[in-house]
Write a protein that binds this ligand. Structure first.
Ligand code: CAP
Ligand code: MG
Length: 415
């Protein structure tokens, strides 16, 4: 019988195989431990080891991960394909971002990045549409699609919510979006909101001649959530929205499967991501959460505003580039810029992030002194001007609502 202990998970000469999942960690050892000792523990606890020396028979070590690069507080670990249940994201994360996050042997540990091998990546569906939603749903190629979330986030009645939808759609916005904490509360029940909002959507489409759509938040416990997905399709939605982090990846996978049957796109809100990625050097980076979301199959995902808005953002640009990069043939994901945006920030935002994007604005529309319709007009005028390379000042001469927005909020970032 062979004994396996922490040192057995360390192999500086190891060359990752094509089907290994390679993870890069930032690791700060606890006092008294050197980087090697910690690297062995990380590879061990995240694959098939534990604190005690184990007596095992057979080829169980084939499932062991190997820490193969240890440098400047960074540790790279290669995981063999057989360790994973293909197509099961919860299982994968319980390995690579599970117990290791709480080990006493590390002061801090952050999963920074993963290189997904084809074998594992292709066991997930990836997005059904990705950034093709822009062309397929809205018929636009040259500008970002636009969305607006009614504010206050919760408390509006169903009629108020639907009316705001009408105002923003006819003001030029493509998508009405539920807020992350609006699901099926008594003041605004799910099914009524769905039907009333879509009735307004149809009216707005007729009046504007533009396709309009609604991101209804279906987040709920499993079976209920799937019923809501079905209802969304039945009533004529093109999308559903899921709070992917709070709902959990198995739920997202369930929705993805049902969405494929129904042809629905998935809008992923990332509320609670900051619990994983905000503390420097600890947790799971937003980059990895975005990778997980893409594999699980969301079509569009919040990735921040490159620091212009009210929320802390980690590397929006780099993450967006990754979402568009090749991943063994899986579709890309459309990034959503949101959080504290207003018309005055649009040119800088598009300069930083390009136009293959969704831009989402709540307060920067509904806080407009003349109301939501005027706010939507101002926002759309800012987007069109930025795409056409015209200045906001020139656009504001034609659209007085934009002039008012610029007077109200200026062009500075928010907090
Ligand atoms: C934006 C928002 C979004 C955040 C999410 C909010 O509203 O509706 O949920 O943008 O953050 O509730 O804050 P405002 P992120 O436009 O009024 O700020 O996109 O970073 O995941
Ligand atoms: Mg919100």
């Amino acid at each position: 019988m062979a004994g396996i202990s922490y040192e057995d998970f360390l192999d500086r000469d190891y060359e990752p195989r094509d089907d290994d999942l390679v993870c890069r960690f930032a690791v700060r050892p606890a006092e008294g431990l050197d980087p090697e000792a910690v690297a062995g523990r990380v590879a061990s606890e995240s694959s098939n080891g534990t604190w005690a020396r184990l007596q095992v028979e057979g080829s169980i070590t084939d499932l062991s991960a190997r820490a193969f690069e240890i440098e400047d507080g960074r540790v790279s670990v290669a995981y063999p394909d057989t360790l994973f249940e293909h197509g099961n994201m919860a299982q994968v994360l319980s390995c690579i971002a599970g117990n290791i996050m709480g080990m006493k042997a590390v002061e801090r540990i952050r999963l920074l990045d993963c290189e997904w091998p084809e074998s594992l990546a292709s066991s997930f569906p990836g997005p059904q549409y990705g950034s093709a939603v822009r062309a397929e749903i809205f018929g636009v190629e040259d500008r970002p699609i636009t969305a607006s979330v009614p504010k206050p986030k919760v408390g509006l009645s169903t009629a108020q919510h639907a009316q705001i939808g009408y105002e923003i759609w006819t003001g030029g916005v493509d998508l009405l979006k539920d807020d992350e904490n609006l699901t099926d509360q008594s003041f605004n029940p799910f099914e009524e909101r769905l039907t009333e909002s879509l009735a307004m959507r149809d009216r707005a489409e007729e009046e504007t001649g533009e396709p309009k759509s609604y991101l209804v938040n279906v987040t709920a416990p499993g079976p209920e959530m799937l019923e809501r997905v079905d209802l969304a399709a039945e009533h004529g939605c093109e999308y559903v929205m899921v709070d992917v982090v709070t709902a959990g990846w198995s739920s997202v996978q369930q929705v993805r499967e049902r969405a494929a049957d129904l042809g629905l796109a998935i809008h992923a809100h990332r509320a609670m991501h900051a619990a994983f990625d905000r503390v420097p050097e600890h947790g799971v980076s937003m980059r990895v959460l975005a990778q997980v979301a893409r594999l699980a199959g969301v079509d569009q995902l919040h990735t921040g505003t490159a620091g212009l808005g009210k929320l802390e953002n980690e590397d929006t640009k780099g993450i967006n580039e990754w979402l568009r990069s090749d991943l063994h043939g899986l579709a890309d994901v459309l990034p959503v810029a949101s959080g504290g945006l207003h018309p005055g920030l649009v040119p800088e935002l598009l300069d930083a992030l390009g136009t293959n994007l969704a831009v989402q604005v709540g307060g920067g529309i509904h806080g407009h002194p003349e109301g939501s319709h005027a706010g939507a007009k101002a926002f759309r005028a800012a987007v069109d001007a930025a795409v056409e390379g015209r200045s906001l000042d020139a656009a504001a001469e034609e659209t007085p609502e934009l002039a008012t927005a610029l007077e109200t909020w200026g062009r500075e970032g928010t907090r």
